[in-house]
Design a binder for this molecule. Structure first.
Ligand SMILES: Nc1ncnc2c1ncn2[C@@H]1O[C@H](COP(=O)(O)OP(=O)(O)OP(=O)(O)O)[C@@H](O)[C@H]1O
Ligand SMILES: [Mg+2]
Length: 348
Protein backbone atom coordinates (compact mmCIF):
# COMPACT_ATOMS: atom_id res chain seq x y z
CA UNK A 1 0.00 0.00 0.00
CA UNK A 2 1.37 3.40 -0.94
CA UNK A 3 1.68 6.14 1.67
CA UNK A 4 2.48 8.90 -0.81
CA UNK A 5 0.89 11.50 1.48
CA UNK A 6 3.91 11.09 3.79
CA UNK A 7 6.50 12.08 1.14
CA UNK A 8 6.61 15.81 2.08
CA UNK A 9 7.86 14.92 5.57
CA UNK A 10 10.93 13.23 4.10
CA UNK A 11 11.88 16.46 2.35
CA UNK A 12 12.05 18.13 5.77
CA UNK A 13 14.41 15.57 7.36
CA UNK A 14 17.45 17.60 6.37
CA UNK A 15 16.29 20.54 8.46
CA UNK A 16 16.55 18.52 11.69
CA UNK A 17 19.45 18.30 14.09
CA UNK A 18 19.48 15.20 16.24
CA UNK A 19 21.80 13.94 18.97
CA UNK A 20 22.42 10.25 19.62
CA UNK A 21 23.75 9.10 22.98
CA UNK A 22 24.58 5.50 23.72
CA UNK A 23 26.81 2.49 23.23
CA UNK A 24 28.85 3.13 20.10
CA UNK A 25 30.12 -0.01 18.43
CA UNK A 26 32.04 -1.11 15.38
CA UNK A 27 30.77 -4.06 13.33
CA UNK A 28 33.69 -5.70 11.53
CA UNK A 29 33.47 -8.37 8.86
CA UNK A 30 36.33 -10.58 7.71
CA UNK A 31 35.36 -12.23 4.43
CA UNK A 32 37.13 -15.26 3.05
CA UNK A 33 36.87 -18.86 1.96
CA UNK A 34 37.37 -22.09 3.86
CA UNK A 35 38.58 -25.07 1.91
CA UNK A 36 40.23 -27.14 4.62
CA UNK A 37 40.13 -28.09 8.28
CA UNK A 38 42.98 -27.02 10.51
CA UNK A 39 45.46 -29.60 11.80
CA UNK A 40 45.62 -27.75 15.10
CA UNK A 41 41.96 -28.11 16.02
CA UNK A 42 38.72 -29.23 14.32
CA UNK A 43 38.01 -25.79 12.89
CA UNK A 44 37.98 -24.41 9.33
CA UNK A 45 40.96 -22.45 8.08
CA UNK A 46 39.66 -19.22 6.57
CA UNK A 47 41.72 -17.54 3.90
CA UNK A 48 40.95 -13.82 4.14
CA UNK A 49 39.96 -12.03 0.94
CA UNK A 50 38.70 -8.72 2.29
CA UNK A 51 37.64 -6.88 5.40
CA UNK A 52 34.92 -4.33 5.96
CA UNK A 53 33.48 -2.36 8.84
CA UNK A 54 30.27 -0.51 9.58
CA UNK A 55 28.81 1.41 12.51
CA UNK A 56 27.01 -0.69 15.10
CA UNK A 57 24.83 -0.08 18.14
CA UNK A 58 24.12 3.60 18.71
CA UNK A 59 26.52 4.40 15.85
CA UNK A 60 24.12 2.68 13.45
CA UNK A 61 21.40 5.15 14.46
CA UNK A 62 23.87 7.97 13.77
CA UNK A 63 24.51 6.53 10.33
CA UNK A 64 20.77 6.19 9.63
CA UNK A 65 20.09 9.82 10.60
CA UNK A 66 23.01 11.12 8.56
CA UNK A 67 21.97 9.06 5.54
CA UNK A 68 18.51 10.66 5.71
CA UNK A 69 20.08 14.12 5.58
CA UNK A 70 19.76 15.19 9.23
CA UNK A 71 22.58 16.98 11.00
CA UNK A 72 23.65 14.41 13.59
CA UNK A 73 25.66 14.79 16.78
CA UNK A 74 27.21 11.67 18.29
CA UNK A 75 27.56 11.29 22.08
CA UNK A 76 29.37 8.30 23.55
CA UNK A 77 32.71 6.81 24.44
CA UNK A 78 35.31 5.06 22.32
CA UNK A 79 38.73 3.72 23.21
CA UNK A 80 42.00 5.32 22.13
CA UNK A 81 42.56 2.42 19.75
CA UNK A 82 42.53 1.62 16.03
CA UNK A 83 38.94 0.35 16.05
CA UNK A 84 37.84 3.60 17.66
CA UNK A 85 39.66 5.49 14.92
CA UNK A 86 37.97 3.37 12.26
CA UNK A 87 34.54 4.01 13.76
CA UNK A 88 35.17 7.73 14.08
CA UNK A 89 36.39 7.83 10.48
CA UNK A 90 33.25 6.13 9.17
CA UNK A 91 30.93 8.43 11.11
CA UNK A 92 32.88 11.53 10.08
CA UNK A 93 32.71 10.40 6.46
CA UNK A 94 28.93 10.01 6.85
CA UNK A 95 28.81 13.67 7.89
CA UNK A 96 28.11 13.24 11.60
CA UNK A 97 29.55 15.51 14.28
CA UNK A 98 31.89 13.74 16.70
CA UNK A 99 32.30 16.63 19.13
CA UNK A 100 30.37 14.65 21.73
CA UNK A 101 32.52 11.53 21.50
CA UNK A 102 34.86 11.07 24.45
CA UNK A 103 38.02 9.14 23.59
CA UNK A 104 39.55 7.34 26.55
CA UNK A 105 42.62 5.17 27.05
CA UNK A 106 40.78 3.47 29.94
CA UNK A 107 38.34 1.47 27.85
CA UNK A 108 38.52 -0.37 24.56
CA UNK A 109 36.15 0.36 21.71
CA UNK A 110 33.29 -2.15 21.52
CA UNK A 111 33.88 -4.27 18.40
CA UNK A 112 32.02 -7.29 17.03
CA UNK A 113 34.06 -9.08 14.42
CA UNK A 114 32.38 -11.69 12.24
CA UNK A 115 34.43 -14.16 10.22
CA UNK A 116 32.48 -15.20 7.15
CA UNK A 117 33.61 -18.09 4.95
CA UNK A 118 31.69 -18.08 1.68
CA UNK A 119 28.25 -17.07 2.90
CA UNK A 120 28.56 -18.80 6.26
CA UNK A 121 29.37 -16.97 9.47
CA UNK A 122 32.00 -19.11 11.18
CA UNK A 123 32.55 -17.23 14.40
CA UNK A 124 31.95 -13.87 16.04
CA UNK A 125 34.63 -12.32 18.18
CA UNK A 126 33.57 -9.61 20.62
CA UNK A 127 35.77 -7.06 22.33
CA UNK A 128 34.08 -4.95 24.93
CA UNK A 129 34.41 -3.58 28.43
CA UNK A 130 30.96 -3.24 29.86
CA UNK A 131 31.84 -2.00 33.33
CA UNK A 132 30.84 1.41 34.63
CA UNK A 133 32.32 4.41 32.90
CA UNK A 134 35.25 6.02 34.71
CA UNK A 135 33.93 9.11 36.46
CA UNK A 136 36.01 11.55 34.42
CA UNK A 137 34.56 10.10 31.18
CA UNK A 138 31.06 10.34 32.43
CA UNK A 139 31.45 13.96 33.54
CA UNK A 140 33.00 14.84 30.20
CA UNK A 141 30.16 13.15 28.33
CA UNK A 142 27.54 14.98 30.39
CA UNK A 143 29.33 18.29 29.86
CA UNK A 144 29.27 17.80 26.09
CA UNK A 145 25.59 16.90 26.08
CA UNK A 146 24.80 19.91 28.27
CA UNK A 147 26.76 22.21 25.95
CA UNK A 148 24.93 20.92 22.85
CA UNK A 149 21.51 21.26 24.45
CA UNK A 150 22.16 24.68 25.98
CA UNK A 151 23.59 26.06 22.72
CA UNK A 152 20.49 24.71 20.93
CA UNK A 153 22.66 22.65 18.60
CA UNK A 154 20.15 19.76 18.61
CA UNK A 155 16.35 19.55 18.40
CA UNK A 156 15.99 16.08 19.96
CA UNK A 157 18.13 13.45 21.68
CA UNK A 158 17.92 9.73 21.01
CA UNK A 159 19.29 7.43 23.73
CA UNK A 160 20.32 3.97 22.52
CA UNK A 161 20.94 1.45 25.27
CA UNK A 162 22.81 -1.69 24.26
CA UNK A 163 23.83 -2.33 27.87
CA UNK A 164 27.55 -1.89 27.17
CA UNK A 165 28.09 0.35 30.16
CA UNK A 166 27.77 3.91 28.87
CA UNK A 167 24.29 4.39 30.30
CA UNK A 168 23.07 3.97 33.82
CA UNK A 169 20.03 5.31 35.59
CA UNK A 170 21.82 8.31 37.13
CA UNK A 171 23.31 9.39 33.81
CA UNK A 172 20.08 8.97 31.88
CA UNK A 173 18.14 10.85 34.56
CA UNK A 174 20.58 13.74 34.36
CA UNK A 175 20.39 13.76 30.58
CA UNK A 176 16.58 13.74 30.61
CA UNK A 177 16.65 16.69 33.02
CA UNK A 178 19.13 18.62 30.85
CA UNK A 179 16.85 18.08 27.85
CA UNK A 180 13.73 19.04 29.80
CA UNK A 181 15.35 22.33 30.78
CA UNK A 182 16.49 22.86 27.19
CA UNK A 183 12.99 22.02 25.93
CA UNK A 184 14.09 19.29 23.56
CA UNK A 185 12.52 15.86 23.57
CA UNK A 186 14.27 12.62 24.48
CA UNK A 187 13.60 9.11 23.19
CA UNK A 188 15.00 5.79 24.37
CA UNK A 189 15.59 2.43 22.76
CA UNK A 190 15.79 0.50 26.04
CA UNK A 191 17.69 -2.65 26.94
CA UNK A 192 16.00 -5.15 29.25
CA UNK A 193 19.14 -5.31 31.41
CA UNK A 194 18.49 -1.68 32.36
CA UNK A 195 14.91 -1.29 33.65
CA UNK A 196 15.46 2.32 34.68
CA UNK A 197 11.70 2.97 34.99
CA UNK A 198 12.30 6.69 34.68
CA UNK A 199 9.90 9.34 33.48
CA UNK A 200 10.17 12.22 31.04
CA UNK A 201 10.57 10.34 27.75
CA UNK A 202 8.72 11.29 24.59
CA UNK A 203 9.12 7.85 23.06
CA UNK A 204 10.36 4.34 23.86
CA UNK A 205 10.94 1.75 21.14
CA UNK A 206 11.49 -1.74 22.61
CA UNK A 207 10.95 -4.77 20.41
CA UNK A 208 8.38 -7.28 21.60
CA UNK A 209 10.81 -9.43 23.60
CA UNK A 210 12.34 -6.36 25.26
CA UNK A 211 8.91 -4.93 26.06
CA UNK A 212 7.86 -8.14 27.84
CA UNK A 213 11.17 -8.33 29.70
CA UNK A 214 10.93 -4.71 30.86
CA UNK A 215 7.39 -5.38 32.07
CA UNK A 216 8.70 -8.49 33.91
CA UNK A 217 6.27 -10.70 31.99
CA UNK A 218 6.76 -13.93 30.04
CA UNK A 219 6.73 -13.29 26.33
CA UNK A 220 3.68 -14.59 24.47
CA UNK A 221 3.37 -14.95 20.71
CA UNK A 222 1.65 -12.13 18.81
CA UNK A 223 -2.12 -12.46 18.47
CA UNK A 224 -3.82 -10.85 15.48
CA UNK A 225 -5.79 -8.68 15.25
CA UNK A 226 -3.57 -6.86 17.70
CA UNK A 227 -6.51 -5.43 19.64
CA UNK A 228 -7.06 -8.98 20.95
CA UNK A 229 -3.40 -9.47 21.93
CA UNK A 230 -4.21 -9.35 25.65
CA UNK A 231 -0.62 -10.00 26.75
CA UNK A 232 0.71 -7.13 24.66
CA UNK A 233 -2.01 -4.83 25.97
CA UNK A 234 -0.98 -5.70 29.53
CA UNK A 235 2.66 -5.02 28.66
CA UNK A 236 1.70 -1.65 27.22
CA UNK A 237 -0.22 -0.80 30.36
CA UNK A 238 2.60 -1.94 32.64
CA UNK A 239 5.28 0.01 30.76
CA UNK A 240 3.07 3.08 30.80
CA UNK A 241 2.82 2.75 34.59
CA UNK A 242 6.55 2.14 35.06
CA UNK A 243 7.99 4.64 32.60
CA UNK A 244 5.11 6.84 31.52
CA UNK A 245 6.48 7.65 28.04
CA UNK A 246 4.22 9.82 25.90
CA UNK A 247 4.54 7.26 23.12
CA UNK A 248 5.40 3.58 23.29
CA UNK A 249 6.27 1.91 20.01
CA UNK A 250 6.69 -1.85 20.31
CA UNK A 251 8.26 -3.30 17.18
CA UNK A 252 6.96 -6.75 16.27
CA UNK A 253 9.41 -7.97 13.63
CA UNK A 254 7.46 -9.46 10.71
CA UNK A 255 4.18 -8.34 12.35
CA UNK A 256 5.10 -4.67 12.10
CA UNK A 257 4.64 -2.38 15.09
CA UNK A 258 2.24 -1.42 17.84
CA UNK A 259 1.87 2.23 18.84
CA UNK A 260 0.54 3.06 22.30
CA UNK A 261 -0.32 6.72 22.86
CA UNK A 262 -2.11 8.07 25.91
CA UNK A 263 -5.84 8.36 25.36
CA UNK A 264 -5.72 6.66 21.95
CA UNK A 265 -6.63 3.08 20.99
CA UNK A 266 -3.71 0.79 20.24
CA UNK A 267 -2.59 1.29 16.64
CA UNK A 268 -1.24 -1.66 14.64
CA UNK A 269 0.98 -0.88 11.65
CA UNK A 270 1.52 -4.13 9.74
CA UNK A 271 4.52 -4.64 7.45
CA UNK A 272 3.88 -5.15 3.79
CA UNK A 273 4.71 -8.60 2.39
CA UNK A 274 8.33 -8.61 1.27
CA UNK A 275 11.38 -10.78 1.08
CA UNK A 276 13.65 -10.43 4.06
CA UNK A 277 17.43 -10.72 3.97
CA UNK A 278 18.62 -9.40 7.28
CA UNK A 279 16.55 -7.88 10.08
CA UNK A 280 19.53 -6.73 12.14
CA UNK A 281 19.54 -2.99 12.66
CA UNK A 282 15.91 -2.51 11.60
CA UNK A 283 15.13 -1.24 15.10
CA UNK A 284 17.82 1.45 14.69
CA UNK A 285 16.21 2.62 11.45
CA UNK A 286 12.79 2.72 13.12
CA UNK A 287 14.08 5.02 15.87
CA UNK A 288 15.90 7.35 13.46
CA UNK A 289 12.95 7.75 11.10
CA UNK A 290 10.30 8.04 13.81
CA UNK A 291 12.20 10.92 15.44
CA UNK A 292 12.81 12.67 12.10
CA UNK A 293 9.12 12.25 11.32
CA UNK A 294 8.08 13.90 14.59
CA UNK A 295 10.54 16.75 14.03
CA UNK A 296 9.16 17.22 10.51
CA UNK A 297 5.70 17.72 11.97
CA UNK A 298 4.23 14.26 11.42
CA UNK A 299 1.73 12.88 13.94
CA UNK A 300 2.93 9.84 15.92
CA UNK A 301 0.83 7.57 13.67
CA UNK A 302 2.37 9.12 10.55
CA UNK A 303 5.88 8.88 12.04
CA UNK A 304 5.23 5.20 12.73
CA UNK A 305 4.15 4.59 9.13
CA UNK A 306 7.25 6.41 7.87
CA UNK A 307 9.53 4.32 10.07
CA UNK A 308 7.78 1.12 9.10
CA UNK A 309 8.48 1.82 5.42
CA UNK A 310 12.13 2.62 6.14
CA UNK A 311 12.53 -0.58 8.17
CA UNK A 312 10.96 -2.49 5.29
CA UNK A 313 13.76 -1.25 3.04
CA UNK A 314 16.64 -2.13 5.38
CA UNK A 315 15.42 -5.67 6.08
CA UNK A 316 15.79 -6.31 2.36
CA UNK A 317 19.55 -5.74 2.60
CA UNK A 318 22.39 -7.79 3.97
CA UNK A 319 24.00 -6.45 7.16
CA UNK A 320 22.84 -3.32 8.93
CA UNK A 321 21.97 -0.68 6.37
CA UNK A 322 20.82 2.91 6.06
CA UNK A 323 18.16 4.43 3.85
CA UNK A 324 18.37 7.58 1.72
CA UNK A 325 15.54 10.11 1.36
CA UNK A 326 15.08 9.12 -2.31
CA UNK A 327 14.70 5.45 -1.39
CA UNK A 328 12.21 6.20 1.35
CA UNK A 329 10.21 8.48 -0.95
CA UNK A 330 9.95 5.85 -3.64
CA UNK A 331 8.91 3.22 -1.08
CA UNK A 332 6.19 5.60 0.15
CA UNK A 333 4.99 6.10 -3.40
CA UNK A 334 4.80 2.34 -3.81
CA UNK A 335 7.55 2.25 -6.42
CA UNK A 336 9.62 -0.92 -6.38
CA UNK A 337 13.16 0.18 -5.57
CA UNK A 338 12.94 2.89 -8.25
CA UNK A 339 15.45 5.36 -6.91
CA UNK A 340 17.72 2.87 -5.26
CA UNK A 341 21.30 2.30 -6.25
CA UNK A 342 21.79 -0.13 -3.34
CA UNK A 343 21.39 -3.89 -3.29
CA UNK A 344 17.60 -3.84 -3.10
CA UNK A 345 16.20 -7.22 -3.93
CA UNK A 346 13.56 -7.60 -6.66
CA UNK A 347 10.03 -7.29 -5.39
CA UNK A 348 10.89 -5.08 -2.44
N1 LIG B 1 10.59 -10.18 8.82
C1 LIG B 1 10.24 -8.90 8.62
N2 LIG B 1 9.47 -8.55 7.56
C2 LIG B 1 9.14 -7.26 7.34
N3 LIG B 1 9.52 -6.25 8.14
C3 LIG B 1 10.26 -6.55 9.20
C4 LIG B 1 10.68 -7.88 9.51
N4 LIG B 1 11.43 -7.86 10.63
C5 LIG B 1 11.49 -6.56 11.01
N5 LIG B 1 10.78 -5.77 10.16
C6 LIG B 1 10.60 -4.31 10.27
O1 LIG B 1 11.58 -3.80 11.15
C7 LIG B 1 10.97 -3.24 12.32
C8 LIG B 1 11.83 -3.50 13.53
O2 LIG B 1 12.02 -4.89 13.64
P1 LIG B 1 12.25 -5.66 15.00
O3 LIG B 1 10.99 -5.69 15.78
O4 LIG B 1 12.89 -6.95 14.63
O5 LIG B 1 13.27 -4.67 15.75
P2 LIG B 1 14.56 -5.00 16.64
O6 LIG B 1 14.44 -6.37 17.20
O7 LIG B 1 14.75 -3.86 17.56
O8 LIG B 1 15.71 -4.97 15.57
P3 LIG B 1 17.28 -4.77 15.85
O9 LIG B 1 17.46 -4.73 17.34
O10 LIG B 1 17.92 -5.92 15.17
O11 LIG B 1 17.61 -3.48 15.19
C9 LIG B 1 9.59 -3.87 12.38
O12 LIG B 1 8.69 -3.05 13.11
C10 LIG B 1 9.25 -3.98 10.89
O13 LIG B 1 8.85 -2.72 10.39
MG1 LIG C 1 16.41 -3.17 18.76
Amino acid sequence: MADADLVPFVGRFRESRVGVLGDLMLDRYIWGSATRISQEAPVPVVRVRRESASPGGAANVVRNLASLGAWTATFGVIGADRHGETLAGILREAGASLDGVVVTPDRETTVKTRVIAGSQQVVRIDREQTGELPDACRQELLARIRAAVQSRAIDALIIEDYAKGVLDRALVEQVVEICRQGRIFVTLDPHPANPFNLHGLRLMTPNRAEAFALAAMHEQPTVLPLASDEALLRVGQRLTELWGPELLLVTLGADGMALFAAGKPLLHIPTEARQVFDVSGAGDTVMAVFVLGLLAGATPAEAARLSNHAAGIVVGRVGTAAVTPAELESALRGECGGASAGPLIPGV
